[in-house]
Ligand binder design. Structure first.
Ligand code: NAP
Ligand code: MG
Length: 492
C-alpha cells in the first residue's frame, strides 16, 4: 500500500501496478498500485477538511511536531538511506552523508522557522488608523516532485508548506515514490494530524495533471522539466492558483585565468558528477580562459577517467547509476549526437565490466570543442556530462555564462575580488558561488531566474510562496464623519 491519504496507507484506485526498479541492478525494489482520480478526490477532501484546524495551530505546536519528526528521522536514518538508494541507484554513502542528513537539517530549520514568520510592524501609517499585517496560510497545496532527490524534494515541498499552516498533497515521481510515503508516515507518527500531508503515487499525465488543475487546490508547486512546467502554469490558470516552479538549469562554471586551476578541476568533478549529474544546479558548461584551457581539460579528463562507478553497497564507488534506464539512454543519445560536432575527451559510454551492465550506468563524460549553440551546450542533459568551452576575456565569459534560457545556478573561479564581485552581480542566476559549486544550506533560498522558474525553496524566503499577506486596519477615532469622507461628501 503506497497511497497515504488522510493519515492512512491505502491501495491505489487505478488498479494499475508498476514496479519500482533499483536502477543500479535492474532488480525490482517494490511494486506499487498507482493512484487513480478517486484517490485524488479523497486526498483533496482530506486536505481541505484538515486545513481550518491546522492553519489555526500555533507556530509552537507546529514546531513541536517538526522537532519530534526530526528525531524520528534520525532514529530511522539508515532505513531512509537504504530505501532512497534502492529506488535511485545512488551510493548508500551519498544517501547517508547528504540526502538523509540534509533532510533532517531541513526539518530542524523549519521547526525553528515556523516560529519566525515576520511582517511589518503594526503602526499608524495613517494618523487615524492602526495598520497591521497578518501572514496567513494559503490553503491546500498541490506539489509535484522529480526523481533525482526524492527524499529531499519531499522535504523541500512539504516542510515550508506545513510549517506555515497549509495542508498538502504531494505527488512524487512514480519511479521513486518510496521515501516520500515513508516521510509522510513518519510525520504522522510525530503527531501530525490526519489529512495535513497526503502522498499520491500516480502518473504525472493523469493524477499529476489533475492535481495541478483541481479547483479545490489553492496553490501548486512543481519541480521538474520546463516542458511540464509550462503545462502546470496553464493548468493553474483555471482558478488563478499561486504557482511555484523549479524547472532545472544549465549552470555555467567559469574559470578565470587567475583561478587556482587544481581547485577548479577538483570542484568541477564534484560539481558536475554529484548524483551522477542529475542535479538541476550541477555544473554543465565549464567556461575556461584560453590560457588555462588545455591544462584544465587534460587534468579533468584524467580525473573523470579515474572515477569508480559502483552499486549502492560498494563503499569504494565514487558515483552510482543513473535514476532510470530510460534516462540513461536519453543522456547517451545526446552524447552520441555530440560526437558529430564535438570531441569526447573522457567517457561517452555505458560501462559493462564488473556487473555494471545490469544497471543504468554511464561513464563521466567530458565534451570539448562543441559550439556554444550546439545541443549539448544549450539543452539540459541531466547526467554526468560536462561540456568545456574556452573564452578570451571577461566580457566573453559573462556573455557565455548568460547565453542560456536557464538561470538556476552558476559558479566563478578566481582569486580576483573585482572579478568575483562582477560575476555575482552580472550572472543571471538564483545562486552564484565563488570558488565552489553545489553547496546548499537550509537558511538560504534555492530557486531560479529566467526559464528556470520562479519562487524559492528552503529558507524563510519560501514562506513568501506558502503564505499570503493580509493588511488589517483599525479606525481609531470612533467618529461617524471621518476626515477622509470629505472626498465623497464634499458638497455637505
Ligand atoms: P518531468 O516529466 O517534468 O517529471 C517531473 C514530475 O512531473 C514527475 O513527478 C512527473 O510524474 C510529473 N509529471 C509529468 N507529466 C506531468 C503532467 N502533465 N502534469 C503534471 N505532472 C507531470 O521530468 P522527467 O521526464 O522525469 O525528466 C525530464 C527532464 O526534466 C530531465 O531530463 C531534466 O532535464 C528535467 N528535470 C529537472 C529536475 C529539476 O530538479 N528541476 C528534476 C528532474 C528532471 P511521473 O514521472 O510520475 O509521470
Ligand atoms: Mg516525463
Amino acid at each position: 500500500m503506497h497511497q497515504f491519504i488522510n493519515g492512512t496507507l491505502t491501495t491505489g484506485a487505478s488498479g494499475v501496478t508498476q514496479d519500482v526498479i533499483n536502477p543500479a541492478t535492474g532488480q525490482v525494489t517494490a511494486t506499487v498500485t498507482l493512484a487513480g482520480l478517486r484517490d485524488l478526490e479523497a486526498a483533496v477532501a482530506a486536505a481541505r477538511a484538515a486545513f481550518p484546524a491546522w492553519s489555526r495551530t500555533t507556530p509552537g505546536e507546529r514546531s513541536a511536531i517538526l522537532q519530534r519528526f526530526a528525531r524520528i528521522l534520525e532514529a530511522r536514518a539508515k532505513e531512509f538511506a537504504q530505501a532512497e538508494s534502492s529506488q535511485t541507484g545512488k551510493p548508500l554513502r551519498l544517501c547517508r552523508e547528504f540526502d538523509v542528513p540534509g533532510t533532517i537539517d531541513n526539518v530542524d530549520f523549519f521547526a525553528g522557522a515556523a516560529r519566525n514568520l515576520e511582517g511589518k510592524a503594526m503602526a499608524e501609517y495613517s494618523a487615524d488608523h492602526t495598520s497591521g499585517i497578518r501572514r496567513e496560510a494559503i490553503g491546500v497545496v498541490g506539489s509535484i516532485a522529480p526523481w533525482n532527490y526524492p527524499l529531499q524534494m519531499a522535504a523541500w515541498k512539504i516542510l515550508p508548506a506545513i510549517a506555515a499552516g497549509n495542508t498538502i498533497i504531494l505527488k512524487p515521481a512514480e519511479i521513486t515514490p518510496l521515501t516520500s510515503v515513508m516521510f509522510a508516515e513518519a510525520l504522522s507518527e510525530a503527531g501530525l494530524p490526519d489529512g495535513v500531508v497526503n502522498v499520491l503515487v500516480g502518473s504525472g499525465s493523469t493524477v499529476g495533471a489533475a492535481l495541478m488543475r483541481h479547483p479545490q487546490v489553492d496553490m501548486v508547486s512543481f519541480t521538474g522539466s520546463t516542458a511540464v512546467g509550462r503545462t502546470v502554469l496553464e493548468a493553474a490558470a483555471v482558478n488563478a492558483k499561486r504557482v511555484h516552479l523549479e524547472l532545472g538549469g544549465k549552470a555555467p562554471f567559469v574559470v578565470f585565468d587567475d583561478a587556482d586551476v587544481d581547485a577548479a578541476v577538483h570542484g568541477a568533478v564534484a560539481g558536475s558528477l554529484i548524483n551522477s549529474g542529475q542535479d538541476c544546479t550541477a555544473a554543465t558548461r565549464a567556461l575556461v580562459h584560453r590560457s588555462v584551457y588545455q591544462e584544465f581539460v587534460d587534468k579533468l579528463a584524467a580525473r573523470f577517467d579515474a572515477i569508480v562507478l559502483g552499486t549502492p553497497e560498494n563503499e569504494g564507488a565514487d558515483i552510482g547509476s543513473m535514476s532510470s534506464f530510460r534516462h540513461r539512454d536519453h543522456v547517451a543519445g545526446m552524447v552520441d549526437r555530440a560526437r558529430g560536432y564535438a570531441r569526447i575527451a573522457a567517457g561517452g559510454y555505458a560501462p559493462t565490466e564488473d556487473g555494471l551492465g545490469e544497471g543504468a550506468f554511464y561513464r563521466p563524460t567530458l565534451v570539448v570543442d562543441a559550439a556554444p549553440d550546439s545541443e549539448i551546450v544549450k539543452n539540459e542533459v541531466f547526467g554526468p556530462v560536462l561540456a568545456v568551452l574556452p573564452f578570451d576575456d571577461d566580457d566573453e565569459a559573462i556573455n557565455l555564462a548568460n547565453d542560456t534560457v536557464y538561470g538556476l545556478a552558476a559558479s566563478a573561479w578566481t582569486s580576483n575580488l573585482q572579478r568575483a564581485l562582477r560575476a555575482t552581480r552580472e550572472i543571471k542566476a538564483g545562486c552564484v558561488w565563488i570558488n565552489d559549486h553545489i553547496p546548499i544550506i537550509s537558511e538560504m533560498p534555492h530557486g531560479g531566474f529566467k526559464q528556470s522558474g520562479f519562487g524559492k525553496d528552503m529558507s524563510t524566503y519560501s514562506f513568501d510562496e506558502y503564505t499570503q499577506v493580509k493588511h488589517v486596519m483599525f479606525e481609531l477615532g470612533g467618529v461617524v464623519e471621518k476626515d477622509w469622507h470629505r472626498t465623497i461628501f464634499a458638497l455637505r
